[in-house]
Design a protein around this ligand. Sequence first.
Ligand SMILES: Cc1cc2nc3c(=O)[nH]c(=O)nc-3n(C[C@H](O)[C@H](O)[C@H](O)COP(=O)(O)OP(=O)(O)OC[C@H]3O[C@@H](n4cnc5c(N)ncnc54)[C@H](O)[C@@H]3O)c2cc1C
Length: 246
Amino acid sequence: MVVIGAGFLGSEIAATARGLGLDVTLVDVEATPLARQVGAEAGELVAQMHRDCGVDVRMRRHVTGVIGQNGRVAAVVLDDGSRLAADVVVVAIGSVPATDWLTDSGIPLGDGVLCDLTCKAAPGAYAAGDVANWPHSLVGGRIRLEQRTNATLQAVTAAKNLLADPDGALPYAPMPFGWTDQYDTKIQIHGWCPPDAHVEVVDGDLRSRKFVALYRTGGRVVGALGWNSPRALLRYRGHIAQHTAV
Ligand SMILES: Cc1cc2nc3c(=O)[nH]c(=O)nc-3n(C[C@H](O)[C@H](O)[C@H](O)COP(=O)(O)OP(=O)(O)OC[C@H]3O[C@@H](n4cnc5c(N)ncnc54)[C@H](O)[C@@H]3O)c2cc1C
């Protein structure tokens, strides 16, 4: 199996397929798996985890073509000329919001439907879930989240605000929480772990593959990542909400 794209989905698919005994190659243009989700340092640990489990990890590589034979996929070609034999190819390279149908509606569009703090895009029009792009006070900028938990929470706020008196509209400022289980490793994230953040291990250590790391941008704590450390990670949630140091 060749998995193209080493984000959450591609990495999990590679781990599961490898666990089933398949020969797996994981390809991505980024320097490490989960580079956009956890940054370079934790991403390198993810790469190492996959290598340790026998996955052929090819980072910083573009896929330039897929070769078929007798009506089936036979190989994937990379930009360095290498040809990866494959019976199965999985493409997990992300998604884009489907907003073309709103182009002439007057609803502001960008990376998704552009809303205000209260999920309002235009009078009487609100957005929630993967398609919503809104300013988040914790981030200090606009975000769009592709998470099931966010879709559920944001839908509740959007519906309340749609029905509320305009002066009573509530800002939507959740603390994102996500996780990924790969092999015997659980990686959990509270807040954000931007690739350009300063990363500091505050609990455990990298070598034992059991740690909590805080992510700081502009001197503010914006995220915490737990690697096989669910209980320890909970202690740091408050630091993100208040941007405080430890
Ligand atoms: C393979 C996969 C695995 C995932 N795993 C996780 C996970 O483990 N944890 C997690 O938190 N999140 C996960 N996600 C993300 C999660 O699925 C999404 O964040 C969530 O589904 C978003 O909900 P939504 O209602 O905003 O959008 P969607 O669930 O995408 O629903 C949008 C719906 O709108 C419909 N639609 C689009 N345009 C129109 C139109 N013009 N008219 C009518 N209908 C339209 C679509 O057909 C679709 O049914 C995963 C996503 C994928 C693809």
